[in-house]
Design a protein around this ligand. Structure first.
Ligand SMILES: Cc1ncc(C[n+]2csc(CCO)c2C)c(N)n1
Length: 236
C-alpha cells in the first residue's frame, strides 16, 4: 500500500503544479518579479510565520510522547531563527521603512490562511495539525529544488531559492512526511479524511498566498486599522 503522504501528493497534483507555475514563483526564478511585490510578500509572510510557529508549538503540546513534543518545538524555534531571520535580512536589504512596518496590516489571504491553521490546531489531533502544515514545508522545498539552477539576476531571489532547496531544509520536510505517515497508520478512516481535507486546503491557500502578493491584495475598504493590533511579528 502506498504511503499516506504519497496519496496526498497525488490528490494535490493539480494545485501543486499551479503553485509551482504561479507567476509570482516564476518571477522569482526568472528574476523579473517586481521588488514591490516581493516586499509586500515579505511583510505578509513575516506575519504568517509568526503564527505558523505558534501552530507548530500547539502541535508540540498535542503530541503523545516527549520526543515528538521536543521536535515540534524545535521546528517552531527553527521558524523563528531561520525563516523569520531571513525575512528580517530582506527587510533591511529592501530598505523597508519604519513607516511601512508601522502601517502593516495582514491582507485577507494572510489572515484567512493563518485562521485555517488555527482552526485545525484548535480541535484537531497532531496528525491533523501536521497534515495542515505539511504543504508549507513540502511545496517550498519542491520550489527550491526545481529552481535550484535558475540563477535569477536579483541576489535576493537567489538567496530565497537557495534557502528552500538545501539539504538542511530537505531533512525537516522529510521528518514531517515520515511523522505524518506514522500517525496516519494508526488513525481512523474519519481522521485520515480530515487530514486529507486540511492538507488540500493548505495547498489551495499556498496558491492564494502567491496570488495575494502578486495582485497586492487589499481589503475592500483598506486602512481601516481593524487589524492594526495584529502585529507583523513580535520580534521587533
Ligand atoms: C505562506 C508560506 N508558506 C510556507 C512557507 C515556508 N515555510 C514556512 S514555515 C516552514 C518550516 C520551517 O519551520 C516553511 C518551510 C512560507 N515561508 N510562507
Amino acid at each position: 500500500m502506498p504511503a499516506f503522504t504519497e496519496e496526498l501528493r497525488k490528490q494535490a497534483d493539480q494545485i501543486w503544479e499551479a503553485n509551482l507555475n504561479h507567476p509570482f514563483v516564476r518571477g522569482i526564478a526568472e528574476g523579473n518579479l517586481p521588488l514591490e511585490k516581493f516586499k509586500y510578500y515579505v511583510l505578509q509572510d513575516s506575519y504568517y510565520l509568526s503564527h505558523f510557529a505558534r501552530i507548530q508549538a500547539l502541535g508540540a503540546a498535542r503530541a503523545d510522547d516527549l520526543y515528538t513534543t521536543s521536535r515540534m518545538a524545535a521546528h517552531a524555534q527553527g521558524t523563528n531563527e531561520a525563516e523569520l531571520a531571513l525575512h528580517e535580512k530582506f527587510i533591511k536589504q529592501l530598505h523597508i521603512t519604519e513607516e511601512e512596518l508601522a502601517e502593516f496590516e495582514p491582507a485577507p489571504t494572510a489572515y484567512n490562511y493563518t485562521s485555517h491553521l488555527y482552526r485545525v490546531a484548535d480541535s484537531g489531533s497532531l496528525g491533523e495539525i501536521i497534515a495542515a502544515i505539511l504543504p508549507c514545508y513540502w511545496i517550498y522545498h519542491e520550489i527550491g529544488e526545481r529552481f535550484e539552477g535558475a540563477e535569477p539576476k536579483e541576489p535576493i531571489y537567489q538567496e530565497w531559492i537557495a534557502a528552500y532547496g538545501g539539504v538542511w531544509f530537505g531533512q525537516l520536510v522529510q521528518e514531517q512526511i515520515s511523522r505524518l505517515d506514522n500517525l496516519a497508520e494508526n488513525a481512523s478512516h474519519a481522521e485520515r479524511k480530515k487530514m486529507t481535507q486540511h492538507f488540500l486546503l493548505s495547498c489551495q491557500y499556498e496558491y492564494l498566498f502567491w496570488e495575494m502578493a502578486f495582485i497586492l491584495e487589499k481589503w475592500p475598504v483598506p486602512n481601516t486599522r481593524i487589524l492594526s493590533s495584529e502585529r507583523r511579528t513580535e520580534n521587533v
